[in-house]
Design a protein around this ligand. Structure first.
Ligand code: ADP
Length: 662
């Protein structure tokens, strides 16, 4: 059985002088609770009819209704069933109406006692979905509105009770007798004449609203009602405030995350991004100290270079901050999640670890939060928040904010890193491009010049069969010499390209430097048998520790440096090879000569590809301009360094390079 008609509509039809009013849900709740409390506080045995839209709304109040039922035998509760609500006669009567019933859109409470009567008859005003606040269910619930009547007027309350009892009897005909008793007890039987008279008399003064007629005769009850109403209104307000502070926290979080995201978009400089994050986080969480630093899971220590400082906290800037020793840090890194110690004085980890106890004392850390900055499981850094003066616990939503920022930071740092790699790649590409252009220039000159010489020689040899044998010999030697120069250039260029591509397989072994120097010297000598060389002095002790390098490449470096030294030094000068331990698990080799030297402004560029003092077009000493560039690549391959010193023109040169020891 379904009664689709609204009870409110029925009431307004019966009492046309009534004016409906809008109530927010919180006011409705407060009013209903105050009305229920009136029953509990009074000595009456009233008729109570409460109609809930859904069983779940009743369930929240079931306990109160059991107490109300202990005051009166005439208590009726109506609701649309959801789980176990059904028609039943227990401590009070329950009436399960169909969910399609008009009652399911309404909220009613009628109390009819001897000393007072009151009723609340309202219908929910459904707000269209597009106008609903999207900020969350809590706010949406608070925004629910009802239209209807709330009054202490006995006539209105009696009418509402009569209408509701009519509905109840339709759902539960077996209660007819009990309901009749209620009608009699609470004076609800209207004679048709009386009703007409009443309606006519009310019709004569249609503007008098129910509210104006409202009164509670008993002043004690009136006080109790007002007091309770205010309490419930306050409770409603408190709930609202909580909802607003939740929204404010959410907004704050979104604002901060946005700020970091904007900083990320505007800058690809990780330092700038970290600076914004550290300052904003420190301020937002009112921290005594906020640190954000880059680190890897294997780092032992970092130097603090970004910090937010609240008042009274001492600065950690430029301090070396130990990581592996710090159990909180290693826990955060191992678990890849935040570690929060609210009160360091009470925490067993701090109390039982000397290092932590000391750190906490030195830097007066009372609350300590660490949130790792991660990207795909890789540790990129750490966010640390310290509270220094007293225990001011951070709320869960504040910690969630730090975590959200740490996540953003992870993405920002990776983005910046990727950009830096791109830049580097770009530079490499540009360098490659320069090499290619250089190669073209070199090919243009270096290859074409000997090629044309070779061509001229060979043409002369073939066109002039009568050429004297001596001249023929010279022609042949010239052609062969130039062919050799071309071969060297191509070979050096290929070697350098191979080294630069990073595809070289290093065959690292333990070597005696002295043996390598001897090999290099004999190779230089064998290549220059017909040249007069400067004096070569080798002072490499057999006592030196073994070095760790690829032997072939080491001999190559030594040969190239010795070749150059001999090439740029007159036979009257000298070339010296020396080596010594330089104290940092490296052997430093020196190839010095007394030759033409290098001017100060060229010291940095001699290692560039194709650098030649005279320029490729005016070279007098042969060579390709690639030898030192090759040396630089080889030395870098074993993690060493190469550099040159020279006091200037004609004052000799000193080439140094380092090799790791075993
Ligand atoms: P190259 O084949 O021209 O010798 P390198 O790369 O070995 O190519 O050397 C580049 C340039 O560096 C040389 O052309 C020369 O100008 C300068 N240079 C190298 N070694 C010495 C040295 N021992 N004394 C003076 N200048 C040198």
């Amino acid at each position: 059985m379904i009664v689709p008609i609204s009870l409110l509509a029925e009431l307004l039809q019966a009492l046309p002088q009534l004016r409906a009013q809008i109530y927010f849900k919180s006011s409705m709740t407060a009013l209903s609770h105050a009305m229920e409390d009136l029953v509990l506080a009074g000595s009456d045995e009233p008729l109570v009819i409460a109609s809930f839209q859904r069983e779940r709304f009743y369930r929240q109040e079931a306990h109160r209704y059991r107490r109300i039922a202990s005051r009166s035998s005439q208590v009726y509760v109506l609701a649309a069933p959801e789980t176990d609500f059904k028609n039943a006669s227990e401590c009070h009567e329950t009436v399960a109406f169909a969910p399609e019933d008009g009652l399911s859109k309404e909220w009613h409470l009628v109390v009819l006692g001897q000393q007072y009567s009151t009723c609340l008859i309202c219908q929910e005003k459904i707000v269209p979905v597009e106008n609903q606040d999207e900020r969350g269910p809590l706010l949406m619930d608070q925004a629910r509105r009802f239209e209807g009547i709330w009054t202490f007027d006995r006539q209105v309350s009696s009418k509402a009770a009569a209408l509701l009892l009519d509905r109840i009897v339709q759902y539960r005909p077996e209660l007819a007798e009990k309901i009749d008793r209620a009608r009699t007890t609470y004076n609800l039987i209207e004679t048709p004449k009386k009703t007409r008279k009443s309606a006519a008399s009310k019709a004569a003064k249609p503007d008098i609203s129910a509210a104006k007629n409202s009164k509670i005769p008993n002043p004690q009850l009136s006080d109790a009602f007002t007091e309770r109403l205010v309490t419930y209104l306050q409770a409603g307000q408190h709930k609202l405030l909580k909802a607003y502070s939740a929204i404010a926290a959410q907004e704050r979080k979104e604002r901060l995350v946005n700020l970091i995201t904007t900083a990320m978009r505007q800058s690809l400089n990780p330092q700038e991004i970290v600076e914004v994050a550290v300052q904003e986080l420190g301020t937002a969480l009112s921290a005594s100290r906020c640190l954000i630093y880059r680190c890897k899971a294997t780092d032992v220590a970092v130097k603090i270079d970004r910090e937010f400082l609240g008042s009274g906290a001492s600065s950690l800037l430029d301090q070396t901050w130990l990581l592996q020793e710090n159990q909180i840090w290693s826990d955060a890194v191992a678990r890849q999640e935040r570690v929060y110690i609210q009160d360091t004085a009470q925490h067993p980890l701090i109390v039982n670890t000397k290092f932590l106890e000391k750190t906490v004392k030195n830097w007066q850390i009372v609350s300590w939060l660490m949130v790792p900055v991660l990207y795909q499981g890789r540790v990129l850094g750490m966010v640390e928040m310290h509270q220094c003066r007293s225990v001011l616990p951070w709320e869960e939503d504040e910690i969630a904010l730090v975590e959200a920022i740490a996540t953003q930071l992870g993405a920002a740092l990776i983005q910046a890193e990727t950009y830096a790699h791109l830049e580097e790649l770009n530079q490499q590409l540009e360098a490659l491009d320069r090499t290619r252009s250089n190669l073209i220039a070199i090919t243009g000159h270096e290859l074409r010049t000997p090629l044309s010489t070779i061509q001229v020689c060979l043409e002369s040899l073939s066109s002039e069969p009568d050429m004297p044998a001596e001249l023929r010999q010279i022609m042949l030697e010239t052609a062969l010499g130039d062919a050799d120069r071309m071969r060297k250039l191509v070979q050096d260029f290929l070697t350098l390209s191979h080294l630069e591509s990073g595809r070289v397989k290093w065959n690292v072994e333990s070597l005696t430097l002295q043996e390598c120097v001897d090999l290099a010297l004999s190779s230089v000598r064998s290549r220059t048998v017909d040249q007069e060389l400067p004096e070569i002095i080798a002072e490499v002790s057999a006592e030196l520790p073994l070095v760790q390098a690829d032997g072939e490449w080491l001999v190559e470096v030594l040969s190239k440096l010795l070749d150059n030294a001999c090439k740029f030094t007159t036979p009257q000068g000298s070339v010296t090879v020396k080596a010594q331990c330089n104290g940092s698990r490296m052997v430093e080799v020196l190839v010095a000569d007394t030759g033409r030297g290098i001017e100060a402004n060229s010291l940095k560029v001699v290692f560039d590809r194709f650098y030649q003092e005279e320029g490729a077009l005016r070279r007098s000493t042969g060579g390709t301009g690639l030898g030192l560039a090759i040396c630089k690549q080889i030395v870098a391959g074993w993690g060493g360094k190469i550099w040159v010193d020279s006091a200037g023109k004609d004052r000799g040169s000193e080439f140094h390079f380092t090799i790791p020891t075993v």
